[in-house]
Design a protein around this ligand. Sequence first.
Ligand code: HEM
Length: 87
Amino acid sequence: MATTFVDTIKPYFTPCYRAHMLAVGVFDLWSQDDVKTNWADILDRTSRPAGTAGSMPKAGCPEGVWDQPTRDQFVSDFNAWKAGGFL
Ligand code: HEM
């Protein structure tokens, strides 16, 4: 099955994560275009272990930060989304 933004990627981006990133004024995590445009930056930040400098998602939402298995799964899905042509 194809890895799509709506079915696979967007569910990682909770309403609270989205709101924080909108407040920072960087981009809208619910916008497929924004996430595609910032793909490399997002991969870079989400690849950094929780608690290290610049790691995303940051602490601040009730759902907290990602544990390492979640982080690894996201990176895998995020790469598959790109490999499949950003559907
Ligand atoms: C999956 C969720 C998230 C992703 C993918 C993400 C991604 C990113 C990326 C790629 C940047 C760097 C932008 C740039 O270099 O221009 C950034 C910056 C930032 N994000 Fe997030 N973010 C997420 C969640 C959060 C959360 C939950 C918070 C706060 C509670 C947050 C707060 C910030 C802040 C304050 C900055 C700018 C300052 C800094 O780099 O530390 N983000 N984010």
